[in-house]
Design a protein around this ligand. Structure first.
Ligand SMILES: Cc1cc2nc3c(=O)[nH]c(=O)nc-3n(C[C@H](O)[C@H](O)[C@H](O)COP(=O)(O)OP(=O)(O)OC[C@H]3O[C@@H](n4cnc5c(N)ncnc54)[C@H](O)[C@@H]3O)c2cc1C
Length: 405
């Protein structure tokens, strides 16, 4: 019997749709080309360390957790400290959220990059965005994040020392060309929630979503090569039919899915190190305020979630600036940079580097409500590329697909 829906792609978009279809009792089959579901959200167990596939966090402020009744508390979340540690000229300065961390925020004034005016502007932006509806954020004038920050009045040293490394790590591009609506959305979500990690790595989110889906509805190793109205063809020639076919294949362009707003993809490289002694900045995200060097930002996932590594060990994650991709031997230069920055005082051992190609779609304009792109009668395509690059957009896209039935 053919199902009512075929979902092509088992990333967060496809899983969000599949979970909601399961709840509604609609028959479906999800086809995933890889050996595992999860798409871009993956974690690997390496020598007892849990390594997320690229630096990823779960932002508890996203509205889709609540919209879809996803019980993220089941992930035993723990959060990074709010704000960041700014590493500049061998010194470290704390930039914290004064609403959460009280006086710590004022340490930032000792940094040459943070003026009183910049701190007050952060508070003003936080106040304005917390009150702003997300739909209105995405309706704002299409301008780059950099332009928006300059217009808002932030000083160049503050943009260089804080906004550039912090948001480069999220946008995966270093010039802050990403539309300001994405910046404002993420800033608002951080103001309303925290940057958290699940106890067992980011992939635990995939397991949480799939726990409500019957195993027999998911077929891995099933690459779809052709789609037409009512029918998909797999790479081994098998055909499957359904009146509704939803393409959620992410940043890998699929037959006619590429949009003009989506020019290419951003990639990222992360290097993982093991340490016997954790640095003092532990739960903070560390930012390299210098324009030069390989490192963009770094953190200790194990200071947030000790289960990321074997007992008695610590896990250090270092993300390269977006223009760099890891090549063999680069790890020594990265360690030298960490020492020069004063970010580490004790030896670390290199575990592994992870490069994610096609990590995020490079979009020149964004929209809040993901577009459902009609490819043929009954065939729709969507995902983060049809809105803005985020787990929230992927989840939202899956929900909108189900609402079409
Ligand atoms: C390194 C990195 C860091 C990130 N950090 C964050 C973060 O901190 N916060 C945040 O909100 N978002 C983050 N994101 C973005 C977020 O992970 C994505 O927006 C989201 O996972 C996209 O899900 P998706 O299902 O739309 O696409 P994908 O995850 O790309 O899923 C598409 C799926 O389709 C499958 N597929 C492709 N072609 C075929 C085919 N022909 N047949 C069958 N299956 C196919 C793929 O194998 C894949 O499983 C990050 C992404 C990366 C890579």
């Amino acid at each position: 019997m053919s199902p009512e829906v075929i979902i092509v792609g088992g990333g967060i978009t496809g899983l969000s749709a599949a979970r909601l279809l399961s709840r509604k009792g609609v028959t479906f089959i999800l086809l995933e080309s890889a050996s595992e579901i999860g798409g871009r959200v993956q974690s690997e167990l390496y020598d007892g360390y849990s390594l997320d596939k690229g630096f990823q966090i779960l932002n508890t402020g996203y509205p889709e957790w609540e919209n879809q009744q996803i019980n993220i508390h089941a992930l035993s979340l723990q959060s990074f400290a709010s704000g960041a540690k700014i590493f500049q000229d061998g010194k470290v300065h704390t930039l914290a959220d004064p609403f959460r961390d009280g006086l710590i925020a004022f340490q930032a004034f000792f940094s040459k990059s943070v003026s009183v005016k910049d701190m007050l502007l952060v508070l003003k932006l936080r106040f304005l965005l917390k009150r702003q509806e997300i739909v209105r954020i995405f309706a704002m004038e299409n301008q780059s994040t950099l332009h928006f920050l300059q217009q808002f009045g932030f000083s160049t040293p503050f943009i260089e020392a804080f906004f550039k490394p912090f948001y480069s790590g999220i946008f995966l591009e270093s010039e802050l060309r990403t539309p300001a609506s994405m910046f404002a959305f993420v800033f608002k979500a951080f103001a309303e929630g925290t940057a958290a990690l699940p106890q067992k790595g980011m992939q635990q989110l995939v397991r949480l979503l799939s726990s409500e889906i019957n195993d027999e509805n998911i077929l891995t190793h099933s690459k779809v090569t052709q789609v037409q109205s009512g029918m998909v063809t797999l790479s081994d020639g098998t055909t499957l039919t359904a009146p509704n076919i939803w393409i959620t294949t992410g940043t890998r362009p699929f037959q006619g899915v590429q949009r003009k707003e989506w020019q290419d993809n951003h990639s990222t490289s992360v290097l993982y190190f093991s340490a016997d002694i954790a640095p003092k900045w532990g739960r903070f995200i560390g930012l390299n305020a210098a324009k030069t060097g390989l490192i963009n930002h770094f953190c200790m996932p194990s200071s947030v979630q000790p289960s990321y590594c074997p007992e008695g060990k610590h896990l250090l994650s270092v993300s390269l600036k977006p223009q760099w991709e890891y090549i063999e031997g680069m790890e020594q230069k990265v360690v030298d940079e960490l020492i020069a920055m004063n970010a580490i005082q004790h030896p670390v051992s290199f575990l592994k580097a992870v490069t994610v190609k096609g990590a995020l779609p490079n979009l020149v304009s964004m929209r809040y409500e993901p577009e459902l792109i009609k490819l043929h009668d009954g065939v729709l395509a969507t995902g983060d590329f049809a809105a803005y690059p985020s787990l929230n957009a992927a989840l939202h896209a899956g929900r909108l697909l189900v609402e079409t039935l």
